[in-house]
Every structure is written in C-alpha cells, then in structure tokens.
Design a protein around this ligand. Sequence first.
Ligand code: HEC
Length: 441
Amino acid sequence: MERIILPYSYEYIKVLELVSIIANSIYYFYFMWLFGSVFLAYYLEFIRRDDVSTFIADKVLSLPLKKLSLPIVLGVFSIIVVFSLDLVIFQDGKFLSLILINGLMSFVFILGLAFAWTYKYTYQLINLLQKSALEESSKHFIQFIQNNFKVHRISSKLALVFLTIGLFALASSFNYKIDLALFEVKSSLTSYLFNLIVIVRFLELVTLSLAISLLTTFFYYIIWQEKDFELSVNFQDRIKKFTINFGLITLLPLPLFLFLEIFLLPSRGLSYSIFLVVGVAVLLIFLIINKLNAYKKEELHSLGTYSFYVLVIIVILFATKDTFTVANSLKPSFIQISRNFVKYEEDLKSKLNISTININPEEIFNAKCVACHEFDKALVGPPYNLVLPKYENDSGKLAKFILNPVKVDPAYPPMPAQGLIPAEADALADYLLKTYKERVK
Ligand code: HEC
C-alpha cells in the first residue's frame, strides 16, 4: 500500500481536505435525505395509514429516488470518493481498520439504498395495480398483487433497518476515526458504539434527516412544481401543513444537539474554526425556523426557496464540522506526511542528480525571527539563551513549537505563527541549537 500512495506536500493535503468537505457534504446530504424519506414514508404508510398519509408517503419516498442517476451519482459515487479520500488522508498503516469500518458502512448504506429502491418500485406497482384490479380479477393477478405487497412490506422494513444502522455507523465511526488518527483506538467496540456523544450525534443526524426530507418535499411539490401539479388544492394544503409543521418540530432540537456534541467532543478534535462553523449553523437553523413561521402566515414563495437553500448550507456546515474535527486530530500525522514528502522529493532529486531545494536557516532566521529575538537580549520575545536549553536534545520539539507556537511564559505575549513549512522549521531548529551551542562555548 505504501508504494501505491506517495507522501504528499502540505498544500496538497489542504486541497484534499477541501475535496473531502465537498464529497462528505454530498454523502451526508444524500443518505440523510434517503433515511428521512424512508422513515417518513414508513410512518405515514404503515402507522398513520389514512388516505392522505399514504398519498403523501408515496410523494416523500419517490423524491430521492426519482431518477436512477440520483442514487448513483449522489449516493454510490460519493461513497466511493469519501472512501478513497479517507485511505489517502489516513496514511501510515491504518488501512485495515479503515477499510473494515468504511467498507461495512458503505455496504450497509448500499443495501439500504437497494431496499429503498424496491420499496419505492413496489409502491408504484401497487398504485398501478389497484387501478387495473377493477377490470382484471383472475386468480393469478390477485396472487401477483398480494406478492407485490409482501415484497413491498418487507423491503420497507429492511430499507429502514439498514439505513438506520448506516446512520448509526456514521454517528459512531467518527469518534473511531479521531482515535485512529492518534493511534489510540480502544479495544472494546462497545465504547465506540454506546456512549453519550454517539447517541447525541445519532439523534442529531436523525432529526436533521427528517428536516431535510420534509423541506425537500415541501420545496419540490409546493414551490418548485406548483404550476404543473396534478394535485387538488386540498392535498396540496395537507402536504404543506404536514411538511412545515413537522419540519419546524425537527429543526427545534438541533441547536441543542449541536451544543451538546461540541461539549462532549474530545478536546483534541476542537478548534476555533469548529466553534465558528457550529455557531453559523445554529444561527442559520434559527433563520430557517423564522422563515418557515413567516411562510405559515404569508405564503410567499421566496420564503420557501430561501429556507431550502439555507438548509443545504447547514448540511454543508455539518460535513465541514466533521471533516475539520477529524483533520484537527490528524494534524500531527499530516505534518509527518509532509515531512516524508520533502524527504521523498530530496531523495528523488539526488537520485536524478538535480540539486535539492535549498533551505537556508540563517536567511529565514534573519528574515523572520530577529525582529523579536536575539540570543542574549530580551526583545519582544525571550532571549534564546534562556529558552533554548530546554530543547537541547530535542530539535523535533523545538521545530514543533516554531511551526505552531503555544503559550509558554506569562511574562511575554504569545508568539504569532511565522508561516513556515515543516522542512523550514526543522532546519531552523537545528540551526538555532547549533548556533546556541557554539555561543555558550
Ligand atoms: C512578533 C514577535 C516574534 C517573532 C517574529 C518571533 N517570535 Fe519567537 N517568541 C515571541 C514571543 C513573544 C515569545 C514568548 C512566548 C511565550 O512565552 O508564550 C517567543 C518565544 C519563542 C521561543 C521560546 C519557546 C519556549 O518554549 O519558551 C522560541 C524557541 C522562539 N520564540 C523561536 C522563534 C523563531 C525561530 C522565530 C522565527 C521563525 C520567532 N520565534 C519569531 C515573539 C516572536
């Protein structure tokens, strides 16, 4: 595997992160939409069961499966992209557990997708057959109708079960990935499946899924397709009431779940950007709630369109939050990967007899450090003579500080990061320690 996947430069990893956000957004959106739709259709068809409900059930269910291209492009394709990106991002021999966990999750989702398709297909057949059953009543035909209904019931249940397991896996695999990034995977599986954060995340995903499904139904049938609608005003009204009222109910607990999740998240996954992303998501959720309430009073199309687009942004923020959290815990490993890259590049160049890229630590020091540091005088920062002894035998630790300064001494302000690449920080650390030793002699 190591031979197939080369080390990457730091910039390249940043690009991968971006691609990962896009792919994850599509993946989240589609499978939450599908789960929400199957869940609602099942509830409407088999639990509420009145005429209007079964009618709406069919409408809700058919949306994410309207054309074969939808599940193929949004579902299967996004699974493949997310899967491959994970393999690239998590280098260093974590392949096996990743393939196992991602593979299982994809398999479950694809099974769910297949059963959801059968569920929808048999639903259409039922509607068709009911019309023709009035004219045709041979034994075979009745038998066929009954069989079709059996398949319909079974596939609805299986679709719901597999998609629920998939969503639960999505909620729990995330914690697992954070630990995987740090090589701290615990041996017991139950600690990943049943703890508070997994349950909070699962509830969060379920409510968001329902909101997605309800608002897409609302958007598609009431706002977008309103003109060429074959529905009576009465049915249209029922769809409107059902989707908006339920939609509001599912949106309300979301901010709470988000706060709880941040609160429970291991600190190594946190960063300011995550607070920012979650803060914006919560604001947008309140915005949608506000707009939907306004729509209830005054049915302006623009309000509906607006809510739908905001919802799409919220899903993107969700995916971004998760990608960032995993990326934060992967940072040490990213730095390692890009170090490998510089080494790999140098090896390659010396093999090909091209002069290697020249990093001159003295130049960097003069350009970027002298403004605040001298060896024997305190300027903005402490004199090197005082701070370097503690790094004497650990230039790696010093490089890490230079790359990513943390607060050390309360007597000084924090040091701003100097925007170096890992290879420069390495060279600089060696240079400082060497120069310091020569000076104390
Ligand atoms: C804008 C001013 C500024 C610049 C530029 C700057 N530093 Fe600093 N540096 C500081 C301050 C302030 C501290 C003290 C931070 C603290 O104690 O929290 C510090 C602390 C340090 C420390 C001591 C860390 C410790 O563990 O106590 C080292 C080493 C260091 N800087 C290296 C560098 C190097 C190398 C550069 C150039 C790439 C650099 N600094 C550029 C302001 C600066």
